[in-house]
Design a protein around this ligand. Structure first.
Ligand code: PEP
Ligand code: MN
Length: 337
């Protein structure tokens, strides 16, 4: 249930509503960014009676939230959420272009790619220090030394760093060195990890699981929000289907569907979404055209020598051309870059 307060209510009146919610055994969640003060109620197993709250002083109305996800739904908050990240924003007018290698392999490689993507117009840098790999014998990432390299890239380029954490321990490390915690597709339903990042001061980049429905993605975001962290960016990165012409099937139709139901920003990753370099640029354009708040793409200066995902990494010059194309496209969808 969403409790909307009258304009100009006193702190005492707000506090009285919070106390009533808590006395009933539920959780009161202040909804940030709303024009009026609004409080979301969660934790009730059965529908609540609006009158229970509408009789309290200062309450304008109490609205039932019908979706299973509450805090991330548009019913709870009508306006788009803009996530502040290291002095920049995701979900506002400016498109987010997150670029970098699949994995941090060495300082030299990562810094070189960082300089190239920054010059080409990326506004965030990505790179994995902890890599979720199908085989335990594949390169697993450099761990903390990799995070230190990422911090150097930020220092050199000014770009905020997006990097994955696969467990609670890695979250603490990422908090020390980076700007955004990425939750990978394989961990989208790792609920204890979601709760952990829900307590973080850093924004969360939540990737859709390879067989997750949109509702499951939004429920995972709800886990994060329910712990108090509303700085969530969703990401479509392709799902597994019978199609065998690409690594995954990039489900671009989920973008308007999510935007209809949720106030959270959603980005698209055409690199993992297609798995092939020659498909990345066309699908990145399509992502912007369909209304995504940005893209995440893998870029490598020597893809043939990459320790992971070389075949889907753009060459730096291809990335630079893609940024130019997105710059031209942006005004058509009322965006800037
Ligand atoms: C990644 O972005 O590095 C990654 C591993 O992606 P995903 O979790 O979508 O497979
Ligand atoms: Mn990758």
């Amino acid at each position: 249930m969403l409790i909307v307060m009258e304009k100009g209510v006193s702190d005492r009146e707000i506090q009285a509503v919070v106390e009533r919610i808590e006395r009933l055994g539920y959780k009161a969640n202040p909804i940030p960014g709303a024009q009026r003060v609004a409080i979301g109620v969660t934790g009730n197993q059965t529908p609540l009676d609006p009158e229970e709250f509408e009789s309290l002083p200062g309450v304008k109305e109490a609205i039932r939230v019908t979706r299973p996800y509450k805090l991330v739904s548009r019913e709870m908050k009508a306006e788009d959420t803009v996530v502040p990240v290291g002095g920049r924003e995701v979900g506002g007018r400016t498109l987010a272009i997150i670029a970098g290698p699949c994995a941090v392999e060495s300082e030299e490689q990562t810094l070189a790619i960082g300089e190239m993507v920054a010059k080409a117009g990326a506004n965030f840098f990505r790179g994995g220090a902890y890599k979720p790999r199908t085989s335990p014998y594949s390169f697993q990432g450099l761990g903390e030394p990799g995070l230190k390299i990422l911090a150097k890239v930020r220092e050199a380029t000014g770009l905020p760093i997006v990097t994955e954490a696969m467990d609670g321990e890695a979250v603490s490390m990422v908090e020390e060195y980076a700007d955004v915690i990425q939750i990978g597709a394989r961990n989208m339903q790792n609920f204890s990890l979601l709760k952990r990042v829900g307590k973080s001061r850093l924004p969360v980049f939540l990737k859709r699981g390879i067989s997750a429905t949109m509702e499951e993605l939004l429920m995972s975001a709800e886990y994060v929000a329910s712990e108090g962290n509303y700085r969530i960016m969703l990401c479509e990165r392709g799902v597994r289907t019978f199609a065998d012409h690409a690594r995954n099937t990039l489900d671009l139709s989920v973008v308007p569907a999510v935007k209809h139901l949720s106030h959270l920003p959603i980005l698209v990753d055409p690199s993992h979404g297609t798995g092939r370099r020659d498909r990345v640029t066309p699908l990145a354009r399509a992502a912007i055209a369909v209304g995504a708040d940005g893209i995440m793409v893998e870029v490598h200066n020597q893809p043939e020598r990459a320790l992971s995902d070389g075949p889907q990494a753009l060459f730096p010059e291809q990335f630079a051309a893609l940024v130019q194309e997105i710059r031209a496209l942006a005004p058509l969808v009322a965006r800037t870059l």
